[in-house]
Write a protein of this length. Structure first.
Length: 326
């Protein structure tokens, strides 16, 4: 991994013995902003417990909540691999040893930034144990590398909001140019994860390489309108702008009952409705937690009628990002 980050002198005598960190799930794209917008959720999220060892190296000792799907090999798991990248950058790989427990509290392949939350939790944890030698801005490239390992594409619309909290705009990727956006206080997400399999790689392959100019113009207007609505705290403008004419029509094919779920959300007062990340999770944006809860319950009931099990979450925007739990 190439990085121009400076190496800072670290006193390992002050290294923490252990730490317990939570990092939040995210809603990438925010419906109209493919690969450039995302926000962090209050729940769910992933947890990492990290302990210092006397033997140099990174070892994964336990993973829960993954149904055995994630590798225990430290070179192949995104959490441990990114911790290794960071230690190598700091020239500490032969001096520092840690054991990692990863506790997944969200489904893998949910469209809620599962790999991003795990990676952010791991990198935030090792950085804290070492006394915060790197800022969050300096941690971000390592988080992006975790996404590249997880899905083959080093995008930042999950890891950036998970790391920084709030709503983020990724203006550019080379170099990374991240802009925090205002978070309207009443913004609430109603998230439903139907238990169907939509791998991120497969979902990306469906996206058209070329789009009609008229559709691109509509999408540009929606992205600009959403950003303006966030700055103006204008919920009507936010509602009008969170429409996707480019990605949703294709990805919705992979999500059973998508348009029925959308109708339920809008009929119950949602400002907007769309796909979270690559799906299959869907998100309704509301101004009220009671309304969001009702939308989640009705969508889950509708899916149950089609014998589709689902998880539901009601969450405001997490403005803090990862946090130490102990």
């Amino acid at each position: 991994m190439k990085t121009s980050l400076s190496k800072k002198k670290i006193n390992l005598d002050n290294m923490l013995d252990h730490i317990h960190v939570f990092a939040p799930a995210t809603v990438a794209n925010m419906i109209c902003g493919f690969d450039i917008l995302g926000f962090a959720l209050e729940e769910p999220g992933d947890e990492v417990i990290m302990r210092k060892t006397s033997v140099p190296g990174v070892v994964i000792t336990k993973i829960t909540g993954d149904d055995g799907r994630l590798p225990m090999d430290a070179d192949k798991n995104t959490v441990s691999a990114c911790v290794q990248f960071l230690l190598q950058h700091l020239e500490l790989e032969d001096r520092v040893g840690v054991e990692i427990e990863l506790h997944k509290h969200m489904p893998i392949g949910s469209g809620l930034g599962s790999s991003a939350a795990s990676t952010v939790a791991g990198l935030f944890a090792i950085n804290k144990m070492l006394g915060d030698p790197l800022s969050k801005e300096e941690l971000l490239p390592f988080c992006v590398e975790g996404e590249r390992l997880a899905c083959g594409h080093g995008h930042a619309d999950n890891v950036a909001p998970s790391l920084f909290g709030g709503i983020t705009l990724i203006r550019g990727h080379d170099p990374l140019d991240l802009i925090p956006l205002p978070v309207p206080e009443e913004l609430v997400a109603a998230v439903v994860f139907p238990q169907v399999d939509v791998p991120t790689r497969d979902a990306r392959q469906l996206i058209k390489e070329k789009v009609l100019l008229k559709d691109a113009v509509i999408q540009w207007g929606n992205i600009a309108g959403l950003v303006a609505g966030l700055f103006k705290n204008d919920y009507d403008l936010i509602s009008r702008s969170m429409q996707d004419v480019l990605i949703e029509p294709t990805r919705a094919i992979l999500i059973p009952q998508f348009y029925e779920m959308k109708q339920i959300a809008l009929e119950n007062g949602a400002l907007s409705f769309g796909i979270s990340g690559s799906g299959p999770s869907v998100v309704a944006i509301t101004r009220d937690k009671a309304m969001a809860k009702q939308i989640v319950e009705q969508i889950k009931a509708h899916l149950a009628e089609s014998e589709i099990e689902s998880y539901g979450y009601v969450s405001g925007v997490n403005v803090d990002g990862p946090k130490v739990l102990n």
